[in-house]
Design a protein around this ligand. Structure first.
Ligand SMILES: *[C@@H]1O[C@H](CO)[C@@H](O)[C@H](O)[C@H]1NC(C)=O
Ligand SMILES: *[C@@H]1O[C@H](CO)[C@@H](O)[C@H](O)[C@H]1NC(C)=O
Length: 340
């Protein structure tokens, strides 16, 4: 890579294949932030330029479609197969490793770990065919869950719904796994959420899981089998400012989480044109291992004991998955999974 003024720059003479993967990531990050901002401003722009009839037509559609994120969405195989999704996965690259079959006679609640800064692996593996999910699990229909807020922005919400994303509320999960009456469906949850993002430092394997049991309850209520998934490398694609428990930054993040419900990791990756600083992820491999399903019997009113029991089985299976595969993906022998 060319160096100039002490900074490593993008190599404009790189191969076309490499440029495509760069474009895949740029596309994803434009959709995530600048485009999100644009569509937030768009309604006001239309209003003040007297294009309100466009706004009115969209508003009708919006109201008509308002429940879709909680009703399984409308995943489009065509959108999920867009080439730009393949390029995105090849940038890191992200690879999907299957360890067991998922029978189409059941439904599945899939727990993805860790969250990382912005859950790159969950997106590439389960919201697109970028890593070949259609070949690896041909009879399963996947829905990745995200915050309801993401379905409030015009146009972006339709794009996410077409990619198979759904709302992460209980109502939404229960609809897909139970009320729809269908089989062969898998709902993917990034269980640690924003809290886990605060522990997403390179080389860390720290999960917010000991205290999270809601997903186990949902599995019992719907009879969906639980599938543990671990992505090695997810925490390595961004750098995050040090924020150990007890530090000023962590206390502030904790406070902001309690007051505003959000806690923002201070992170950076590479830039659009140079490799040193920016908000694009670094090119580092991510390997996602999908574990074997844990059988769950449907229970009308799960008790605390039943939830705790299944939760500890899940933790045991996830830990075994981590231990079995960590050596292959560059984790030292003495590194253990830390659960908070
Ligand atoms: C899905 O991705 C795999 C691997 O990248 C590819 O071989 C396959 O053709 C794709 N399937 C579909 C239906 O696009
Ligand atoms: C965050 O604050 C809560 C309540 O004040 C406290 O119980 C918890 O230990 C704090 N967590 C961290 C990571 O500092």
């Amino acid at each position: 890579m060319p160096k100039f003024l002490g900074v490593e720059w993008v190599d404009i003479f790189s191969s076309i294949e490499r440029k495509k993967t760069y474009f895949g990531v740029v596309y994803h990050f434009i959709i995530t932030y600048p485009f999100g901002l644009l569509v937030t401003i768009l309604p006001f722009f239309l209003l003040f330029t007297f294009q309100w009839h466009i706004l009115a037509i969209y508003a009708c559609w919006y109201l008509y479609d308002i429940n879709s994120p909680k009703r399984g969405g409308y995943a489009s195989e065509w959108v999920r197969r867009w080439r730009v999704n393949d390029w995105f996965a090849q940038y890191f690259p992200i690879n999907l490793h299957k360890t067991a079959e998922l029978s189409p006679d059941h439904n599945y609640l899939v727990g993805c770990h860790p969250h990382g800064i912005i859950a790159m692996a969950a997106w590439a593996n389960f919201a697109t065919n970028g890593t070949g999910i259609y070949e690896k699990f041909p009879s399963i229909r996947w829905n990745l869950c995200t915050l309801a807020l993401n379905f409030k922005m015009a146009i972006r919400r339709e794009l996410l719904l077409l990619t198979g994303l759904i709302d992460c509320s209980r109502e939404s999960i229960e609809y897909v796994l139970d009320k729809s009456g269908e089989k062969g469906r898998a709902v993917v949850l990034v269980i640690g959420g924003a809290e886990e993002a605060l522990d997403a430092h390179p080389g860390y394997h720290v999960l917010t899981l000991a205290s999270r049991k809601g997903f186990v309850r949902e599995a019992l209520l719907t009879g969906a089998h639980l599938v543990p998934v671990y992505s090695f490398g997810e925490n390595d694609v961004f750098e995050q400012m040090d924020n150990p428990i007890g530090s000023k930054l962590r206390n502030f993040q904790n406070w902001s989480k309690r007051i505003f419900g959000i806690s923002y990791p201070i992170f950076h990756g590479r830039g659009f044109l140079q490799m040193t600083f920016g908000y694009l992820p670094f090119r580092k491999p991510i390997d996602t291992v999908v574990g074997a399903p844990i059988t769950v019997e449907k229970v009308e009113n799960p008790t605390k004991e039943q939830i705790d029991e299944l939760h500890s089985i899940y933790i045991q299976k996830l830990t075994e998955l981590f231990e079995e595969h960590k050596g292959r993906f560059g984790v030292e022998k003495d590194v253990k999974l830390v659960l908070k």
